[in-house]
Design a protein around this ligand. Structure first.
Ligand SMILES: Cc1cc2nc3c(=O)[nH]c(=O)nc-3n(C[C@H](O)[C@H](O)[C@H](O)COP(=O)(O)OP(=O)(O)OC[C@H]3O[C@@H](n4cnc5c(N)ncnc54)[C@H](O)[C@@H]3O)c2cc1C
Length: 463
């Protein structure tokens, strides 16, 4: 019997979860697995680079993360059920970790499972289409080191390229004439360059909060967060102020919708989100998803392309629990593609999608707990499909109620202290052994050296 040829596009957290899921199935004799990654290493967005714009191969720089970024949600919400943070680092850690530790953890599991052998690095997927006569996908890939192109055939394709790397820029009057620096959060690499300056941040979501806090931490003089939405009510220090949406810039003076203005702005940072972008997919398979949309159209269970079930997208929905969600999605993709789970008849797919879209539309915008409810129900839904066989035992350890309570507590703690929420730790949501609530050794606001070595030394010494 010929092997099932499976292509995964992207070796970020979702692509790595997918490789892990297939590896777990121990069916290497049945499948031929290739993961194409255009960067020179794995880890997707979690790779830090000081570069912005275009890289040495002429490819857009993928990462949107900055040097001193810390995770914005407790690690307990993204812990792998088979590979704990304790197991990886050998010590108990607080809930919020610097980027470098998350990167080390997620790639640590990939290393421990020998996943590198499936990945072709420096290889960009240029085009994917389906040949209806041959019943297979045609995939065009380019080796970025040699410039050579290959045309390959696959039975299944899994798109795992993420959707936090193509900036959603907006036009505002006068910004083009503004004499200072203008950038999108995708290009923000650190707050050091903004020390002593007056910043205007446009946007009302996590990136805006996080970059504002980061710039304050590193010594910006004034940060104004201008947003369409009503302020959430965080207790910002005097150096961070909120304002209604910016309507125009006049030189260095910012004019807001309520008629107020602030002069002497030095830099503008657009934290206006990211666009889904899949230029390599043939038009008929290209996902179009709005910046604020939670449930993407065209996909059954936000994964399977409704008119081509051999095509799957990972992480296409807007999410709060990325790694846990990826674990469920990738187990489902594996089981469906290997024939271990039978999905309902296709005529039910659109009806199911319509139900989720209806629920999304009824949601109060920006209510994180309602959004979390939707996501957890969606995860429960996937788990129920997976329960039809028992190879997915670790996944069922995820405690949905506990996760929801944790998210609620974490949101409340953020409201109480937006600059100190990272100093609070939470219990595991996956029934993990070896967990313990750990107090931070130094508050986030004072911790300027967040390298792996400096961070771990504080906790390893306590063993
Ligand atoms: C600033 C920022 C902070 C964040 N903080 C957190 C956090 O604290 N906690 C959290 O859980 N999540 C956070 N996230 C969310 C983050 O999106 C996910 O954690 C995760 O990285 C998504 O994984 P992914 O594999 O789907 O996509 P990505 O991480 O984006 O990986 C996609 C991979 O696909 C590759 N690729 C793209 N196009 C091609 C192509 N044509 N051919 C071959 N390869 C291709 C890319 O090079 C990349 O390696 C943050 C996101 C941002 C932007």
């Amino acid at each position: 019997m010929s092997k099932l040829r499976i292509a995964i596009i992207g070796a970020g957290p979702s692509g790595l979860s997918q490789l892990f899921a297939f590896k777990q199935a121990e069916q290497e004799e049945r499948i031929e697995l290739v993961c194409f990654e255009r960067q020179s290493d794995w880890g997707g967005l979690w790779i830090y680079t000081s570069q912005i714009g275009i890289d040495a191969h002429g490819e857009p720089v993928h990462s949107s993360m900055y040097r001193h970024l810390w995770s914005n949600a407790p690690k307990e919400l993204i812990e792998y059920p088979d590979y704990t943070f304790y197991h990886h680092f050998g010590c108990f850690l607080p809930s919020f970790l610097p980027r470098a530790l998350i990167y080390d953890y997620l790639t640590g599991r990939a290393k421990a499972n020998n996943l590198r052998r499936y990945i072709r690095f420096n290889t960009a997927v240029r085009h994917v289409d389906f040949d209806d006569d041959k019943n297979e996908f045609n995939v065009e890939v380019e080796n970025l080191n040699t410039g050579s192109t290959e045309y390959l055939s696959f039975d299944r394709v899994i798109v795992a390229v993420g959707h936090h790397h193509v900036p959603n820029m907006i036009n505002i009057d006068g910004v083009d004439q503004f004499p200072g620096r203008v950038l999108h959060s995708h290009e923000f690499r650190g707050a050091d360059e903004f020390v002593g300056l007056n910043l205007l941040i446009i946007g009302g979501s996590i990136s805006a909060e996080d970059i504002a806090s980061e710039c304050y931490k590193f010594g910006a003089q004034l940060v104004i967060i201008s947003s369409r939405e009503e302020p959430i009510g965080y207790k910002w220090p005097a150096e961070i102020k909120t304002a209604p949406i910016l309507v125009r810039m006049e030189g260095r003076k910012a004019h807001f919708k309520d008629g107020s203005s602030v002069d002497n702005i030095d830099a503008i940072i657009f934290c206006t989100g990211y666009r889904h972008f899949y230029p390599f997919m043939a038009k008929r398979f290209r996902l179009h998803c709005g910046v604020a949309e939670i449930i993407p159209p065209s996909l059954y269970k936000t994964i399977f392309w409704i008119d081509q079930p051999y095509l799957a997208y990972l992480g296409a929905a807007k999410y709060l629990y990325p790694f846990s969600l990826f674990e469920l999605q990738t187990a489902l993709v594996r089981d469906v593609f290997l024939g271990n789970v039978k999905l309902p008849e296709k005529d039910q797919w659109q009806a199911d999608l319509n139900e989720w879209k209806k629920r999304e539309k009824a949601m109060v915008p920006f209510d994180i707990l309602v959004w979390a409810d939707l996501e957890l129900d969606y995860m429960r839904d996937m788990l129920a499909l997976l329960h039809t066989h028992d190879g997915n035992q670790p996944l069922s350890n995820f405690d949905f109620d506990k996760a929801q309570k944790l998210l609620k507590k974490y949101s409340e703690n953020k409201l109480v202290d937006i600059l100190g929420f990272r100093d609070i730790s939470y219990e595991s949501t996956a029934g993990m052994e070896n967990t313990k609530l750990v107090q931070v050794c130094k508050p986030w606001l004072e911790n300027m050296d967040d390298t792996i070595e400096s961070f771990l030394i504080n906790y390893r010494e306590k063993l």
